[in-house]
Design a protein around this ligand. Structure first.
Ligand code: ADP
Length: 344
């Protein structure tokens, strides 16, 4: 029976194309009364990774297991002598279909809101097309020379209590990047695994807009807890979001979508003090219903948000009304993550 189980487990293939037996993830298999106990040693602490693995293991031994219940004992691989390996509890990516919808502004303010709520937070700017996080945290003058540790391990820069690493630190001002997927993947691997993140409750990843080669590389490299999508209600923006949703739901890279945020939903007209829906009303809400995606909340279009973002100060530290809006959205994100992972 054990042999059969082992054979079946060889059908569970990981991202690196190896099966879980050859990757050394299975420590031992015990057969007790009517139970199969599988002892796993994992090197990836993310819940999403664990849940997916357990689901695949159960599926693979379904055909040979008629009477037994399956249990798992999971331990994490211990680190080597110098422990630089970060312990990151949740990695969440912020994505958009289109550029310019406020993805980085939202990522910035969610990161600072989480910090204000008492969490340890990191922010990884992976937007290779327009890394704007350094500007939004007033650290755009930093570069590789000021952040690389002498033994080659990267130190993130702390601003407003958030640990930040941006692909922009590795570029001179105004320099464009023409990188291909594998290069980006290599750099991101270093950003995640060879960086002194320490213990983080949340690592927020600001993804590049759109869909493509680079996204596939990023999504295959990082085990994400889920994706938060940002969009305006404009038809063009939503049609791009629709393509992104299709990508996140592809079987080969499936990542749960935590929810969608509507940005720049309305502004107040000066005279009438009425809400003016510049990009259209209810576009994101209707899209979220149609696509079965949780609506996390909306942020209006306000000059103050633009102004403080240009000054490198997250708006949540300046305006309590907007801060409450972001805190509510952030709480919704946390609730949704809890629900996603309790259900599985
Ligand atoms: P993206 O990351 O999607 O390209 P950004 O976050 O860089 O978008 O935002 C684009 C521009 O819009 C920035 O100048 C930013 O300050 C501004 N912006 C974003 N959200 C708002 C908002 N709710 N109100 C006013 N300006 C905003």
């Amino acid at each position: 029976m054990k042999k059969e189980i082992e054979k079946a487990l060889k059908n569970v293939i990981l991202m690196n194309k190896k099966n879980i037996i050859e990757s050394g993830f299975v420590k031992k298999i015990d057969l007790l009364n009517n139970k199969i106990v599988i002892y796993l040693i994992l090197d990836n602490p993310a819940m999403h990774f664990k849940n997916e693995l357990i689901k695949n293991i159960k599926n693979s031994i379904k055909s040979i297991n008629i009477l037994y219940t399956i249990c798992f004992k999971i331990e994490m691989k211990s680190e080597s002598s110098i422990n630089i390996k970060p312990v990151i509890k949740n990695i969440i990516a912020i994505a958009s279909g289109k550029g310019g919808v406020g993805k980085s502004t939202i990522a910035t303010n969610i990161a600072v809101s989480l910090k204000e709520m008492g969490f340890h937070v990191g922010l990884l700017d992976a937007d290779i097309y327009g890394p704007s996080i350094p500007l939004m945290f007033n650290i755009e003058k930093k570069n590789i020379n000021t952040i690389t540790h002498k033994n080659g391990i990267i130190n993130p820069i702390i601003s407003y209590g958030v640990k930040i690493l941006s692909i922009g630190f590795f570029l001179k001002y105004g320099e464009a990047i023409v990188w291909r997927g594998p290069m980006v993947t290599k750099v991101l691997r270093q950003f995640i695994h060879e960086t002194y993140w320490g213990e983080l409750d949340f690592l927020i990843v600001d993804l590049p807009p759109g869909t493509g080669d680079i996204h596939l590389s990023i999504l295959q490299e990082i085990t994400l807890q889920g994706i938060v999508i940002v969009s305006t209600s404009q038809k063009i923006a939503l049609s791009d979001v629709n393509r992104s949703v299709g990508m996140f739901r592809m079987k080969s890279i499936y990542v749960p979508i935590i929810g969608i945020i509507e940005n720049m939903s309305f502004f107040f007209t000066k005279k009438e003090k009425e809400k003016y829906y510049f990009f259209g009303k209810n576009g994101v809400k209707n899209f979220s219903k149609k696509s079965n995606i949780f609506f996390l909340g909306e942020i209006p279009m306000l000059q103050e948000i633009r102004k403080y973002s240009d000054l490198g100060i997250p708006i949540v530290l300046k305006n309590d009304i907007i801060k409450n809006m972001f805190i509510n959205i952030t709480k919704n994100i946390i609730n949704q993550i809890n629900q996603l992972y309790i259900k599985n």
